[in-house]
Design a protein around this ligand. Structure first.
Ligand code: HAM
Length: 418
């Protein structure tokens, strides 16, 4: 019988790696609190309509990447491909608006997209996301970008570029779309098949095409930042001024468009040259029309999501927070085992990671085990020591040995090892 393996694009998170994730998540949690964000958890499964309405019917995600199936009642449900739509749904459903102040929420969890798996691109991946809901002031855009860049400073990940653009709004996007349509119309037969389809559904998406054949035309295309209405123009300028004021480096990226339709005004990506084709470690933008599109009151908002698997590829392997085995107890013989088993139990309750060898094994075998587990100290108890009321504590790094009296052994160990 063939052994059953995980699905393609779905990854196990093994113990060593998961300790590194924990250490990363704890740094991020600390930053979120300092910036006034509270945690929210939304379900992994939602009504399909939530995503079609928010992400957009003609996006790649909705057209070909969602894990959608019929629930037992015949209604379509979808494994969430991203977090923003669910957070806004929850914000509206539970009335999370705070009078005269934006609601700041963060989340962490798995997302699902049926993409072609490759390095840095999975079908189940994890995001840490942040959403500021209820404020249109460009200062919120700057605060959010400051938080995002601060994360990476704290993680000591360098070489990232913050790319920003403005995608306009319901006022200036339609005329810009017309400009784009007439630009691409002439060279339409030269565009790839996907872009010919995008021309009909959403010509802005053509700007995101990386295919060689389309690139020449895309590079010369009219850009949204040249076609902004006054309000969007002022907003975009204010965001740039704010970033300058906080000395946050960025580059203007006029061809930056996003793969989700809900964006308005500011859009951004944090990219790296160290990850090959999947170069965005985080991305986001303003989505002032989303709450209304989901049936709520008009509510401006902005957010980002960080791709954890991609960040983990950049996060120093040395930053392992894997706990170290502090103490290995080596009892020599059953009597020593009986005496030390309660000690093992009590020392663990002092928050000291402790393991114990089998009393029937010779000292040499137990020392080898302790060594393999990376133990910092070994406590040895043989017949002679037991008769003398003492045990030996060996420092595995320095090889120094000392004697500990068996009386109050738990407290003595706790004092020595913490
Ligand atoms: P997104 O650009 O689709 O935006 O995803 C954000 C990040 O998730 C990406 O930059 C990438 O790091 C990671 N990511 C996306 N797809 C995959 C994948 N298949 N495998 C591994 N990592 C992936 C959003 O999801 C928006 N909800 C962000 C947002 C929040 N906008 C406003 N608020």
């Amino acid at each position: 019988m063939n052994p059953i393996k995980a699905l393609k694009g779905f990854k196990d998170l093994l113990p060593g790696e998961s300790a590194r994730w924990e250490s990363l998540a704890s740094v991020l949690r600390e930053c979120f609190h300092a910036f006034g964000f509270s945690a929210i958890q939304t379900p992994i499964l939602e009504r399909t309509q939530l995503f079609t309405r928010s992400i957009g019917e003609t996006t790649d995600i909705v057209e070909k990447e969602m894990y959608t199936f019929e629930d037992w009642d015949g209604k379509p449900v979808t494994l969430r491909p991203e977090g923003t739509a669910s957070v806004v749904r929850a914000f509206l459903e539970h009335g999370l608006a705070i009078p005269s102040f934006p609601t700041k929420l963060y989340y962490y969890g798995p997302m699902f997209r049926h993409e072609r798996p490759q390095a840095g691109r999975l079908r189940q991946f994890h995001q840490i996301g942040a959403e500021i809901i209820g404020e249109s002031d460009p200062r919120q855009d700057v605060e959010l970008l400051s938080l995002l860049t601060y994360f990476f400073q704290r993680l000591e990940i360098e070489g990232l570029t913050l790319e920003i653009n403005s995608l306009g709004c319901a006022v200036c996007r339609p005329p810009y779309r017309t400009v784009l349509e007439s630009y691409f119309k002439e060279g339409l037969p030269e565009l790839c098949e996907d872009c010919q389809r995008r021309f009909k559904t959403n010509p802005l998406r053509i700007l995101d095409c990386k295919k060689e054949g389309c690139k020449a035309m895309v590079d010369q295309a009219p850009v949204s930042s040249d076609h902004l209405c006054e309000e969007c123009e002022t907003h975009f300028k204010a965001v740039q001024a704010g970033l300058d004021l906080l000395k946050i480096p960025y580059v203007l990226s006029p061809l930056l468009v996003r793969g989700l339709d809900y964006y308005t005004k500011t859009a951004f990506e944090l990219t790296t040259k160290d990850l090959g084709a999947q170069n965005a470690v985080a991305a986001g933008g303003r989505y002032d029309g989303l709450a209304e599109a989901l049936g709520g009151a008009a509510t401006p908002a902005i957010g980002f999501a960080i791709g954890i698997e991609r960040v983990m590829q950049l996060y120093g392997k040395s930053k392992s927070a894997a706990p170290k085995l502090k103490l290995f107890i080596a009892p020599l013989g059953e009597a020593a085992g009986e005496l030390l088993f309660p000690v093992l139990n009590e020392v663990r309750k002092k928050k000291i990671w402790t393991e114990m060898g089998k009393p029937s094994l010779a000292l040499k075998r137990q020392m080898k085990q302790a060594d393999r587990l990376g133990a910092e100290f070994v406590l040895i108890l043989g017949d002679r020591e037991r008769e003398e009321g003492k045990a030996i504590l060996r420092d595995m790094r320095t090889k120094a040995q000392s004697e500990l009296v068996l009386e109050n052994l738990v407290d003595v160990l706790a004092n020595r090892l913490t």
